[in-house]
Write a protein that binds this ligand. Structure first.
Ligand SMILES: C[S@@+](CC[C@H](N)C(=O)[O-])C[C@H]1O[C@@H](n2cnc3c(N)ncnc32)[C@H](O)[C@@H]1O
Length: 259
């Protein structure tokens, strides 16, 4: 089965494809206060909701990058119906290949919920710092351990323990790079339940309306495994936050040479 089909089916009921609720997303948009001249990028933009809300609020230029054809098509559809005049484009491509026209030229660079693209949280921060201008925003969404994960849970996730840090480690990774943490949007258990539950609901709905789809057994198997891992462990062990960092007004030579 095409993996992007899996995410398309399980996220059909989501507007925001991560455990942040829409009220927190509205708050994030309010925080960044962009001028109309700003240029921004959202790597792994999903259905484009963050970028479209930024365009509705500030009328700036932006690019959304995602490798799922399903999500890019949905982002374009939403943009046409919500902000057809906006100077926003969506590109179907690997986020790792995105380069702004010039380094340190974007008012905001974000990657919410896909740090594997750059090889982890620290490398994602490095990549976004390389794109962001002085005083610009670097925004990442990242999971964190609420408590030590048992081996069975790591096996279920298919991840090594150190691929995810603690909340404070996620913050410190930014601070070590000269970023100023100005806000966090931390998801509650309620936010997580909604994010996970909507996937089960979407799967059940899809199964009822696509009875002849040959991928149904595989889709069900994966959703069932992920549901069980969430209910057994994830609900108490995994947290999620959006980290809102601001770049300094001038980058020192060390940062410039790293990025
Ligand atoms: C957890 S979702 C988050 C989507 C969006 N940022 C949001 O919060 O609504 C992860 C996203 O990463 C995208 N993705 C995964 N690997 C990618 C890659 N190598 N390059 C670009 N996008 C990727 C997926 O298609 C999906 O839209």
């Amino acid at each position: 089965m095409d993996i992007w089909k899996y995410y398309d089916v399980t996220h059909r009921k989501h507007v925001v494809c991560n455990p942040t609720n829409e009220e927190k997303l509205t708050h994030l948009v309010d925080l960044v206060q962009l001028p109309t001249t700003a240029r921004v990028v959202d790597i792994a933009c999903g259905k484009g909701e963050f970028l479209i809300r930024l365009a509705e609020a500030y009328g700036m230029c932006g690019v959304g990058v995602d490798c799922s054809s399903f999500f890019i098509a949905e982002a374009e559809r939403r943009l046409r119906s919500r902000a057809p005049q906006a100077e926003i484009t969506f590109a179907q491509m690997d986020g790792a290949d995105f380069k702004p026209e010039k380094p340190h030229s974007l008012a905001l660079a974000s990657c919410i919920g896909a740090s594997w693209i750059f090889g982890g949280h620290a490398q994602t921060l490095d990549a976004l710092i390389g794109m962001a201008e002085p005083d610009g925003w670097v925004i990442v969404g990242e999971p964190y351990w609420l408590q030590e994960p048992p081996d069975e849970y790591l096996q279920a996730l298919g991840l090594p323990r150190d691929s995810i840090g603690s909340h404070v480690e996620n913050v410190e990774a930014g601070q070590r790079r000269g970023l100023d943490l100005v806000h966090t949007l931390v998801s509650s258990k309620d936010d997580w339940d909604r994010y996970e539950g909507l996937q089960w609901y979407a799967m059940a709905d899809y199964a009822r309306t696509h009875r002849d789809d040959a991928d149904l057994p595989e889709l069900f198997e994966r959703v069932t495994k992920e549901k069980s891992a969430y209910l057994k462990w994830g609900r108490d062990i995994l947290g999620w936050a959006i980290y809102v960092f601001r770049c300094p007004s001038t980058w020192n030579a060390k940062v410039m040479s790293r990025t």
